[in-house]
Design a protein around this ligand. Sequence first.
Ligand code: DC
Length: 234
Amino acid sequence: MPLPAKPKKLIIAIDGPAGAGKSTVAKLLALQMKFLYIDTGAMYRALTLKAIRKGINFSQGRQLTGLAKKTRIDLENKPDGTIRVLLDREDVSLDIRKPNISKFVSDTAKVPGVRKEMLMRQRELGSKVSCVLDGRDIGTAVFPDADKKFFLDADLKERVRRRHKELKENGQDVSLEDVQKDLCNRDTIDSSRKCAPLKQAKDAIYIDTTKMTIEGTVKVLLEHIKLSTQRGAV
Ligand code: DC
């Protein structure tokens, strides 16, 4: 008797600018599909935290690359859908969301050697099981052959409002003005860097989430994935 067909391993890529809702949506999507969630931004954030602790100058690309190579970063999916980020086995899940990390993370992420190291690790993580990855270059560089690609966007004002609310909920006292400055600064560096800049992949589905709820966005993504699966396109 033939064995039942093994379900295909799927890779879902979600890219977009800061504050577009990528990580919340990706987390929920992964939870609903029972896929692994890989927060690639958390990897760059964890490395940035270590660089700050070591007093590394962010213009020193070689030092940052060296640091990346010898730094252990683990991402753990918890049963409730949240993730734990471990830097050399230390839980830094909250520390990496602080404003001083957001301020420097794009400088870490623009270093080609750092990106090369992170890309290798992200491919390795995504090679074993079905997963949802969110970031800036997932559909263009990390998994250009991803089964389904989405590019989430939203108006700057709405992205600032969301990020501000999220930071407040985490007990961080920041002004809307500062959040806007941070988002604009990161978007500029992320989309203008030479190596794997933030860019919509040609075959990604563009979704403007400005007027959408998180649940509504997850539903739209799920429908696209379901349609492609039914058509045998993935
Ligand atoms: O998703 P996030 O805001 O936590 O990401 C933090 C920074 O990391 C972001 O400003 C750019 C960088 N990043 C990147 O360059 N490539 C990725 N795949 C993910 C994040």
